[in-house]
Design a protein around this ligand. Structure first.
Ligand code: NAD
Length: 448
């Protein structure tokens, strides 16, 4: 194996986690730990379990030297964080991002642990990343980063230990290069090592739709519980990428009407909201969208869409809000702009609501479908991909989506039943189930 793996020893806190009531969390990992602390207190977890779960089990930091197209060598920094694998092999994406930080990767790996546990799939939580900007890299350079990432970590990941997947700015091609490098090193075929592969090369049918559809499966059940007919509802969506598009498609098939979408404009470097009160037409908007999930302003105007400021998506008079773009979008500053009409907040993005805004959402009795439940369809389908790859037998799309619906619906009711029974906020109920399951696995294994 090329290079040296440096496993950073994680510091054990001197005292067990105390709920941080006074201190305002300032980064994603601190937010993830604060959310954990609150529920650990509610569950009455013992000190050792808290110490184990509020930090990653293992993390790897490494250098990836790449000879660039101009002949120079550039050293890229890579990470893999394995938060917890008590319930099964670690699972989580690999992000390529110029502002990637180890704390973001730590937080995301922890959230993966809870996400896999809340939908009750036998996987743990992990996440990886490389500090780089694919916009400025040729395909050959990107391939070298993918192969280099695997060379540095190939002894510490694998089909029975840690199974990576695509994430921000990585795709099926990146996964195939990584799989190929892993198979060269380990001299065999291990399609269950990585997910998000192209269909026909071990990828699963339905993966593209899985996160957006999964969100709508949970939304459909929430509306049933609230006694609201989907046909009588309207929604406003932030984002027009993978998650948003498939969520819009299925929600509109259920009879709902999306009246606004917000997305990022690459040219103006700001976001805009596009509104059509009679209901957006998905195919029409897709015909004027770019590959980054942005829209052509003048063509959208030609199709009758009003153009509003980016944040306007949040103040639309709708029944449902679906943030499906980025983290920290509903904040203490803008939460007051949410219309009194809004009944449901279905979080497609990871961490779209800040802790300050969360308090207000709860006070206003908006029914929340929290991120790691609402957007768990992607990892659930990745799990199906892993199962199919290991069997070397692939299911039809209807079968994949049917199984996805079952998993998401069961997970939704487990959370909402607990929330109603114990009078818990939906986010806390989801955490209580997920953390409870992981803590039990650690105890049953005799770790704590
Ligand atoms: P994507 O890159 O396909 O789309 C992102 C969208 O967000 C684009 O339409 C972009 O224009 C828009 N956007 C970016 N900045 C914006 C801003 N400031 N205001 C308004 N819109 C903005 O990404 P995606 O795969 O759809 O993922 C969206 C979110 O869902 C992310 O938080 C991601 O981590 C999360 N998520 C995705 C998956 C998945 O399977 N794709 C699974 C779980 C969670």
């Amino acid at each position: 194996m090329a290079g040296t793996i440096v496993a950073e020893k994680v510091e054990t806190p001197v005292r067990a986690a105390a709920p941080s009531k006074s201190r305002k969390a300032s980064n994603s990992f601190e937010i993830a730990q604060a959310q954990f602390d609150k529920v650990a207190e509610y569950l009455g977890l013992d000190r050792a379990t808290r110490e184990l779960l509020r930090y990653p089990f293992r993390e790897y930091h490494f250098a990836i030297p790449v000879r660039m197209d101009d002949g120079t060598v550039h050293i890229f920094r890579g990470f893999r964080v394995q938060h917890n694998d008590a319930r099964g092999p670690g699972k989580g994406g690999i992000r390529f991002h110029p502002q990637e930080t180890i704390d973001t990767v730590r937080a995301l790996s922890m959230w993966m642990t809870w996400k896999c546990a809340v939908v009750d799939i036998p996987l743990g939580g992990a996440k990886g990343g490389v500090i780089c900007d694919p916009h400025n890299l040729s395909m050959r350079e990107q391939e070298q980063i993918c192969r280099g990432w695997i060379r540095q970590i190939s002894q510490n990941v694998g089909p029975v230990s840690d199974v990576p997947a695509p994430d921000v700015m990585t795709n099926a091609q990146h996964m195939l290069w990584m799989l190929d490098e892993f198979e060269i090193i380990h001299a065999g075929r291990f399609p269950g090592f990585i997910t998000g592969k192209p269909v026909g090369m071990g990828g699963s049918q339905g993966r593209t739709e899985a996160t957006g559809y999964g969100l709508v499966f949970t939304l459909r059940e929430a509306l049933k519980e609230l006694n609201i007919r989907p046909e009588a509802t309207t929604a406003s969506v932030q984002g027009f990428g993978n998650v948003a598009r498939y969520a819009i498609e299925l929600y509109q098939r259920l009879g709902g009407r999306v009246v606004a979408v917000s997305c990022w404009d690459q040219i103006d470097q700001c976001s805009y909201t596009y509104r059509k009160t009679s209901g957006i037409v998905l195919d029409e908007l897709l015909s004027v969208a770019d590959r980054f999930g942005g829209l052509d302003k003048s063509k959208a105007a030609g199709l009758g869409y009003e153009q509003l400021p980016g944040e306007a998506w949040i103040e639309q008079e709708v029944d449902i809000l679906i943030p499906a773009a980025l983290e920290n979008q509903i904040t203490g500053e803008n939460v007051g702009r949410i219309s009194p009409k809004v009944r449901v907040l279905a979080e497609g993005a990871n961490g779209p609501t800040t802790p300050e805004a969360d308090v207000k959402i709860r006070e206003r009795n908006i029914w929340l479908i929290p991120d790691f439940l609402a957007n768990a369809g992607g990892v659930t389908c990745s799990y199906f991909e892993q199962v199919q790859s290991n069997m070397n037998y692939f299911w039809e799309k209807d079968e994949v989506l049917g199984k996805l619906d079952q998993k998401m619906t069961a997970a939704y009711y487990a959370v909402s039943d607990l929330a109603r029974r114990e009078k818990l906020y939906m986010r806390d109920a989801a955490y209580a189930i997920a953390i409870g399951r992981v803590a039990k696995a650690c105890r049953d294994r005799g770790w704590v």
